[in-house]
Ligand binder design. Structure first.
Ligand code: 26Q
Length: 801
């Protein structure tokens, strides 16, 4: 089938692009050049670029239909897709055409581009990973669909008021979103509440899920996949015409408003389980809509459940979509009439689970009472799955009651709750961690009982990042230099080729060019002196990540500058960026204190030209793309054994930042690959940290015995930075859950070695180049290749031109 029949081919010359732009402005935007606003121009440009991808999308769909492949479905409550315009220009080969055409029509390309809003449909690493994996799957021609939620309000916009974080709503699609294709025909109905009787589940409330999809183009290939996002819609019946006619306007729409609240807002929490029923509703809403869609798509070419698990693999991005396991059981048993064992076999062969945490408090559980009220049939199914699990445990370990209690899907004390991670491990054929160390720790600690019972289920897939977004788009200058050094841009789809840069670390002329690009990136960022070291800590705020440790270092540097300049080191701009969950008071207190310290240093002429602390608000993908190319030093200083992987660490190394870090998450693998000489290592390792925490750890002993540490904490307590930070200092002295004081001395001493290395410009540049050269492994293309090999077992489908 040739889908191009009857379609006007879209041109690739400037004149043709300009003609299409003009035509879209008239016929789709309904305006004229003379009266068009910048917003009109932006939306029209987006449509014109999107059209070029839509033609490829149509051919992709046709090729997929024809080959009836094994599909990869990615279920994720979060996606951080990043700004769409620059990416879609690059992927459609219109990066040069577009601004030229805009100019020819009298628009200012920079003003137009600035209107592109990033969809902030995620919190942090897990959401951005989802976007990188989709990018790589498309680039590798893998038939894949991402499913998620279309939150009206994405991750909050962060602002500072008197140095404190305040959260503002992010109504990202307020002006409309020109990149999406609404598909109201593919709506599904989702039930909640109600009762289970002889005729099965009778929901008490029904909401509709309406999908829109965004295009996910592959780079350097024809494939264009999609990510499908669900929005909650009230059913027709929920508008109460009777009440409306009686003037009860609010009451008339009450039900409808209630229904649509499901996709209203992203939970801005990346650590603690929120006890809110609406979050659970969101999770089931995502799962129910997506599974129905997956089955609908399965039926295009298949009619036998016997092949479902051969044609489908569903990856669960953490436990947030774990209700998919009981939901598929329900669909197969209650709606399709399959027997329990047959259905369970299909489910167990269909799902795979990625765990992204090691923090016990971040393992999701839901009160049995809440789940049973919201989803009574699912609770029955979970109980039945649990019976099978516990029978298996008892058979393998007779008389080990404690093990049965630990592995049960139901936690009994202090309140009965469903353990979603246990359910995810039980209902899947593969469970993976996101870095070598993390996967090892999962199997030896968090999931040790399950790993003993089912050792083959556990594997590792180390995270990766898209080189298209995080170096090609973010850092065009350095990308150009690399392309000319490597004689072409094949490295963009085979990042291992960056190894070819290693010999150039010894080439003085190349080093000079490398420095020029770094400097230009710092100038473009415009924060601080471009000749000072840019030392960055950019990530969500969490005590385990230890922004407070970096802050103690800042205070120590400041105190040395004032009292002992010979020990100060080198000029630095220290950049923090990141959001704290609104209810995470300890993290917000750290933000407040950082801003107070920054203000004090900024106001002190003694610090001018030597030390500056900057904290640009509202860290997101857009801002990351500006900071990462400019960074010299990458702070990856979590307490060892707590950071599952990290992906910012990879993005920074790829762009030639040198890491100072603990042996945590993927830092371990970064150090292995860039070389121990090009990585500043410090601190307790995971096992020493775990031992110290298990012993009678006394943070005050470190405070008492280390003069610099004591001085830094005393400065906070004594009000050098205003009344701010008493709580932060107090919690470090009293409990210091993440061993900040235990690692302080090793950290500060290692920072002195960083400063010494920086003083030798040529040495530093060599390290910087070797970091980029050694980062090839951290491409999300390699991650997808590992998923294909270890979990998905799917094959590419080539799309013809
Ligand atoms: C759970 C329940 C209720 C509300 C919110 C949540 C929630 C939301 C988001 C829990 C966790 C998250 C996000 C976790 C996350 O981003 N983890 C990071 O994942 C990265 C990708 O694997 C890793 O690199 C990071 O180490 C890990 O912290």
């Amino acid at each position: 089938m040739d889908l191009r029949n009857g379609l006007r081919p879209l041109g690739s010359t400037p004149a043709e692009f300009e003609r299409d732009l003009l035509s879209n402005l008239y016929y789709r935007r309904g305006t004229t050049v003379e009266s068009a606003s910048a917003q009109d121009a932006y939306e029209t440009l987006a449509l014109t670029v999107r059209d070029r991808l839509a033609a490829r999308r149509a051919r992709t769909a046709a090729a997929h239909y024809e080959s009836n492949p094994r599909w990869v479905y990615y279920l994720s409550a979060e996606y951080l897709l990043g700004p769409q315009l620059e990416q879609n220009l690059l992927y459609s080969g219109t990066t040069e055409l577009a601004p030229a055409a805009l100019k020819a029509l009298g628009f200012d390309p920079a003003e137009v581009a600035a209107l592109d809003v990033e969809p902030g449909l995620g919190n942090g690493g897990l959401g951005r990973l989802a976007a990188c994996l989709l990018d790589s799957a498309a680039t590798m021609d893998i038939p894949a669909v991402g499913y998620g939620i279309y939150y009206d309000l994405g991750i909050f916009r962060q602002a500072f008021r008197d140095g404190e974080q305040v959260e503002q709503p992010d109504n990202w699609a307020f002006q409309g979103n020109p990149w999406e294709f609404p598909a109201p025909d593919d709506r599904h109905r989702v039930g909640f509440y109600g009762t289970v009787g002889p005729d099965g589940w009778q929901p008490g409330e029904v909401v509709e899920g309406e999908p829109s999809h965004l295009l996910v183009p592959g780079y350097g290939t024809e494939t264009v996949n999609i990510v499908r996002l669900w929005r909650a819609r009230a059913c027709q019946e929920s508008f109460d015409l009777g009440r409306f006619s009686r003037g009860m306007y609010v009451e008339a729409v009450e039900q409808a408003v209630h229904a649509e609240n499901i996709s209203k807002v992203l939970y801005p929490d990346d650590s603690t389980e929120s006890g809110r029923e609406l979050r659970l509703k969101q999770q089931y809403f995502l799962v129910s809509c997506s599974l129905r869609d997956i089955i609908r798509r399965f039926r295009f070419r298949n009619d036998d459940w016997a092949v479902f698990a051969d044609k489908t693999v569903i990856q669960l991005n953490d436990t947030h979509p774990t209700l998919a396991i009981p939901e598929l059981m329900r669909l197969l048993v209650d709606e399709e009439g399959l027997g329990w064992e047959r259905a369970w076999d299909i489910v167990r062969r269909t799902f795979a689970y990625t765990c992204h945490t090691l923090l016990p408090e971040a393992l999701e559980t839901w009160p049995v009472a809440m789940l049973g009220r919201l989803l009574p049939r699912h609770l029955e199914i979970i109980y039945r799955i649990n019976e099978g699990l516990l029978d298996e445990v008892r058979a393998a370990f007779p008389d080990d009651l404690d093990r049965v209690r630990r592995m049960s899907l139901i936690q009994e004390d202090p309140e009965r709750r469903v353990r979603m991670a246990n359910l995810a491990v039980t209902g899947t054929f593969a469970v993976n961690g996101v870095a070598e160390l993390h996967s090892k720790l999962l199997a030896s600690t968090t999931f040790s009982d399950f790993a003993t019972l089912w050792p083959d289920r556990f594997r590792n897939v180390t995270n990766g990042v898209s080189p298209r977004r995080f170096i090609r788009l973010a850092n065009p200058g350095l990308s150009k230099l690399i392309t000319s050094a490597l004689d072409g841009d094949r490295w963009l789809t085979d990042l291992s080729l960056l190894e070819g840069l290693a010999p150039l670390a010894d080439d003085a002329a190349f080093r000079a060019q490398w420095r020029v690009e770094k400097r230009l990136a710092k100038q473009a960022l415009g924060l601080g002196d471009p000749d000072a070291m840019l030392d960055v800590m950019i990530k969500r705020f969490h005590e385990y990540k230890r922004q407070q440790l970096k802050l103690l270092h800042v205070i120590t540097l400041y105190q040395r500058l004032k009292s002992d300049p010979s020990r100060f080191g080198v000029p630095r701009t220290i950049l923090f960026a990141g959001k704290a969950a609104p209810a995470y008071h300890a993290a917000k207190a750290i933000i407040h204190l950082i801003n107070a310290v920054a203000a004090t240093i900024d106001a002190d002429p003694a610090a001018a030209g030597l030390l500056r602390v900057v904290f640009p608000p509202n860290y997101n993908v857009t801002l990351a793309e500006k900071i990462i190319p400019a960074a010299d030093l990458s702070e990856q200083i979590s307490m060892a054994g707590k950071e599952a992987s990290g992906t910012g660490n990879m993005k920074l190394a790829l762009n030639g930042a040198v890491t100072i870090g603990t042996l945590d998450g993927a830092n371990v693998e970064i150090r292995d690959r860039v070389g121990a000489d090009n990585f500043f290592l410090f601190g307790l390792d995971a096992s020493a940290a775990a031992d110290l925490r298990a012993s009678a750890y006394d943070p005050r002993a470190y405070y008492t015995s280390d003069g610099e540490l004591r001085a830094a904490i005393d400065a906070i307590l004594g009000g050098d930075f205003g009344a701010v930070g008493q709580g932060v200092a107090g919690s470090l002295l009293d409990r210091d859950e993440y061993l900040t004081l235990a690692d302080y001395r090793a950290y500060v001493d290692e920072q002195d070695r960083v400063a010494a290395a920086w003083q030798d410009e040529e040495r530093w540049t060599r390290m910087s180049i070797l970091n980029a050269a050694g980062s090839g492994f951290f491409s999300s293309d390699r991650t997808v290749a590992d998923y294909l090999d270890r979990v998905w077992h799917a094959s590419p489908v080539r799309v013809r031109n």
